[in-house]
Design a protein around this ligand. Sequence first.
Ligand code: XMP
Length: 313
Amino acid sequence: MGSIDHDRFIEEQVQEIVRAVGAGKAINALSGGVDSSVVTVLGHRALKDRLVTYFIDNALMREGEPERVVKDFGKMGIPVERVDARKEFLEALRGLTDPEEKRQAITDTFYAKVFSRLVAESGARFLLHGTILTDIEETVAGIKRQHNILAQVGIDPEKEYGYQVLEPLKTLRKDGVREVARRLGLPPTITERIPFPGPALATRIVGEVTEERLQTVRRATTIVEDALQGTAAFQYFAVLLQDRATGIREGRREFGQIIVIRCIESTDARIAAMTELPWAILHGMTEEILKIPGVNRVLYDLTPKPPATVEYI
Ligand code: XMP
């Protein structure tokens, strides 16, 4: 997207939101990532208090995320309402192990349940969404069902859920969105934030998503993010596998859990190479992760994309 005029893009998208929503109201969900942050700022420029921004706590977020997002946007004068939907999401995910079924359950819970309810309560008819070009391409190519793709897979949200979806970023890739974010004056903690997928920690749990397994991967994620935030890597995170492995803890055999560390180099996540991390950093993370109850192995993923995808489900 090197050749686009980002200031003009911002102006055009603001105008387009004004035109589409008219005198009506819209809502949007802010996760704190760069895509939804940009949509939030564009939407507020266009609609002011006719846009209601929600942070949906789906039980799948990282440590401290809900509080951080509400605080950061509050400082920018954008109020964010926290919606506690943890039970609904955990319920929808219970017993599911198939990756696409898990994604489907999250999509259904977001769109058919939570957004539909928020739209009805707020009187809005529009949902602003941070879909980007890569999400659309990979979904259309059948690689992965991104949770935020509807029209592209033949779903008419107005007919099915009672609201229209506006996607102001659908022509941009990640690098383009970051540039727009900088032009909008968002702080580096947002513009340079590593990508975090909509289905959140569920994409980093192979097998069933339970509160206990979320706790394990959430702790490991914090350890990995703290250790690697000083690197210029594109994305890094922890994954909890479904397999177990034999180990010894306090002199006893333990059939323990396995955490994978993934750290990649990329510009837009379409292709990725693994980062050559210093041994000392790998060691440090491993030591910390092994303190998590029940975890007795830590692996480093050396696989590029393709053939792997970035996430594990
Ligand atoms: P994959 O795993 O498809 O990831 O190679 C490519 C990039 O997209 C992110 N990702 C998602 N983002 N909704 C999102 O908003 C999703 O369903 C989703 N799945 C993957 C992933 O973190 C990586 O940056």
